[in-house]
Write a protein that binds this ligand. Structure first.
Ligand SMILES: O=c1ccn([C@H]2C[C@H](O)[C@@H](CO)O2)c(=O)[nH]1
Ligand SMILES: [Zn+2]
Length: 141
């Protein structure tokens, strides 16, 4: 299926993910990641990975962007672009896939390479048979 975004909107999201990466706080892994998340009303929230001396406390770029947006009142999103500064496409980790699934039905995910080339997937492709809010909310007595 074609993207809901225009080529220009995709390029803008890619640019913003690359800009977001500049703020990556990753002294331990030295793996810099940036994300840009577009809401249905066209606002874009940037995020970067933020690591911690207690390594398990690291937060990925994707979740940073989501937490920023949700905490500003947004719940519906169309796409997220993710870039790292190695010459390859990264896909979101398992925790981020689950995190995005909370708000992300149909979310488009762009994996961006250093040369701005990208691959695209839908969240459902990355997290089939997912466990989500409907499993819990419909079953709470
Ligand atoms: O999709 C990903 C994968 C990894 N990381 C971060 C977590 C950690 O800080 C570093 C190395 O795993 O990259 C992200 O931000 N997003
Ligand atoms: Zn992650």
């Amino acid at each position: 299926m074609a993207s809901a975004l225009s080529d220009r909107q995709i390029e803008d999201l890619i640019t913003q993910s690359l800009i977001a990466r500049q703020n990556s706080y990753s002294p331990y892994s030295k793996f810099r990641v940036g994300a840009a998340l577009r809401t249905i009303d066209g606002k874009v929230y940037q995020g970067c990975n933020v690591e911690n001396a207690s390594y398990g406390g690291a937060i990925c770029a994707e979740r940073t962007a989501f937490v920023k947006a949700v905490s500003e009142g947004h719940r519906r999103f169309v796409a997220i672009a993710v870039s790292c500064d190695f010459n390859h496409f990264i896909t979101p980790c398992g925790i981020c896939r689950q995190f995005m699934n909370e708000f992300g039905r149909g979310l488009e995910i762009f994996f961006v390479n250093d040369d701005r080339t990208y691959k695209r997937a839908i969240l459902e492709d990355l997290l089939p048979y997912s466990f989500g809010p409907e499993d819990v909310l419909d079953n709470v007595k």
